[in-house]
Write a protein that binds this ligand. Structure first.
Ligand SMILES: NC(=O)c1ccc[n+]([C@@H]2O[C@H](COP(=O)([O-])OP(=O)(O)OC[C@H]3O[C@@H](n4cnc5c(N)ncnc54)[C@H](OP(=O)(O)O)[C@@H]3O)[C@@H](O)[C@H]2O)c1
Length: 234
């Protein structure tokens, strides 16, 4: 889709990758960006409109869709990560991940779809993760929630085929944000990830590998999914 002149909404736009996506969308020509956040945020760019949104609260999602009826590019970025293995991870954390990363993203997509389906050149971007495609052992609940969101992305793509809505899955590797603070791993600069996601949407991509690690691993996944599973398990 054409980013220039688009009206975007970024969930979890207050920090981390979401804040970089807000900046990048403006840099690439979005005329307005709704910065959706659970908590208060102060911004002084007149092109940015802050709106309140908790993706796990149906009333909050409905109110956001009413407050932002002109959105043409929805970015489902908000997410949480509870660490834990499939054998003994805290199931409350598994549920929280599922409620936020899968149900939350689905709820937001549904709320904005009526406007997007009639909006012409429109898109939904779901920020997923490489480990949606094969799990990382210490993040088993998170991986499962993002695998569910990956499946939802595919289902949505076919459900709205023909309506002119570009449905995009972005599959980053590790990113240097609060989410992975304290974890020793290769981490991409969130500004680079944001710029590659927005560039991919502008190109019309429906699958985006937005950093060097995910581009390499994505290649593996496309050729040999079982090999990626072994790589991430290791
Ligand atoms: N960091 C990584 O290595 C990595 C890798 C691949 C994919 N991702 C994905 O990238 C996206 C952004 O993550 P990040 O790295 O920027 O993490 P982050 O720095 O922890 O930021 C998470 C954002 O999500 C928001 N959020 C969480 N729960 C929410 C809810 N119920 N309603 C609304 N907003 C909520 C947070 O808001 P508050 O400030 O209110 O908490 C915050 O703005 C996530 O979907 C994540 O899964 C991250």
């Amino acid at each position: 889709m054409n980013i220039n002149g688009s009206i975007a909404l970024v969930t979890g736009g207050n920090r981390g990758l979401g804040a970089c996506l807000v900046d990048e969308l403006l840099r690439q020509g979005a005329s307005k960006v709704y910065l959706a956040s659970r908590g208060p945020v102060t911004v002084d760019d007149p092109r940015v409109q802050v709106i309140s949104l908790d993706v796990t609260e149906p009333e909050s999602v409905e109110a956001a869709a009413k407050a932002a009826p002109d959105v043409t590019l929805l970015v489902n970025n908000a997410g949480v990560l509870g660490f834990g293995s499939v054998l003994d991870g805290d199931l409350d954390l598994f549920e929280r991940d599922m409620r936020t990363n899968y149900m939350g993203a689905l709820r937001v997509a549904r709320a904005f779809l009526p406007a997007l389906r009639h909006g012409g050149d429109t898109a939904i971007v779901n920020v997923l993760t490489l480990i949606a495609l094969a799990p990382a052992g210490p993040m088993a609940g998170y991986s499962a929630s993002k695998a569910a969101a990956h499946s939802m992305t595919q289902a949505l793509r076919s459900a709205v085929a023909g309506d002119g809505v570009q449905v995009v899955g972005a599959y980053p590797g590790g990113i240097d944000t609060d989410m992975l603070a304290g974890v020793e791993a290769e981490k991409a600069d969130p500004r680079v990830v944001a710029s590659r996601i927005v560039a991919g949407v502008a190109r019309g991509d429906t699958t985006i590998w937005p950093d060097d690690a995910s581009a390499g691993a994505g290649e593996v996944y496309l050729n040999d999914p079982a090999r990626l599973e072994r790589m991430l398990a290791g």
